[in-house]
Design a protein around this ligand. Sequence first.
Ligand SMILES: N[C@@H](CCC(=O)N[C@@H](CS)C(=O)NCC(=O)O)C(=O)O
Length: 288
Amino acid sequence: MSAITTRSEHACHGGRIGFYEAPSAALGLPARFAAFLPQAALDGAKVAALYALGGLTCNEETFVTKAGILRFAARHNLAVVAPDTSPRGAGIAGEDESWDFGTGAGFYLDATEAPWSNHYRMASHVAYELPGWVEEAFPIEPARRGIVGHSMGGHGALTLALANPTRWQSVSALAPIAHPAAAPWGEKAFSRYLGPDRATWARHDATLLLQAGHTHPTTILVDQGEADQWLAPQLHPEALRAAAEGAGQALNLRMHPGYDHSYWFIQGVIEDHVAHHARILTGSRSQA
Ligand SMILES: N[C@@H](CCC(=O)N[C@@H](CS)C(=O)NCC(=O)O)C(=O)O
């Protein structure tokens, strides 16, 4: 078990939000994360957890600070666990050269190409190491996990859940990079983290996972703003929709006129995402 250091803890919506750090074996570096516990957990009950993954340039603070998620997590008795978006301080040449690759842009995969493969192992960190930490340290139930993410984090939520649907019982995404193998962000990251052989990219692409027959037993909720500046070049929700139809995957893809890629969009739909996860994870409509 890793020694978790508390960086700060704050009472919030009747529960507690905390910011923590622990030595990560997966990343070979210290890793930071945020964890919110609703009041019931502070009173000793074990609760289900919703993992919230941020996008490019974000860190473990961004989603819990900007999305407005904690009010609804408190209402539905859900913990929220937010990892960082990449290793920090790996010291690899080029990791800080651009905002869409390297630091702040780990893409929730385990890199296979040197030198990235030594530290850029966010899939192992998020899917296995971090749940192990929080399920031991906090009153969080191991068998009830949901995953939601924004943009690169939406890609992470979809790919991790489709690749391992028994580990993540519920999944949703906000403006996800839905077909990264066909998007400049994904091509840039995958060619360096995974190498030039595109066949190895497929299990890190939600659209290609669906095309290969990977499905999730629950409905996937996806919200997308139509005025999103990244929609046409990077996000490809239409490819996700077509792949879901082909795979028989239940997908609730909602398009929202006028909304951009920012957390101002997320703030308006996050209540529905928390309710979606709570229905599946706890069977509850609301504990309020
Ligand atoms: N840094 C980029 C923007 C990157 C961006 O939009 N990141 C999104 C995720 S893909 C985000 O959530 N940014 C953090 C924020 O809005 O607080 C730029 O200068 O255009």
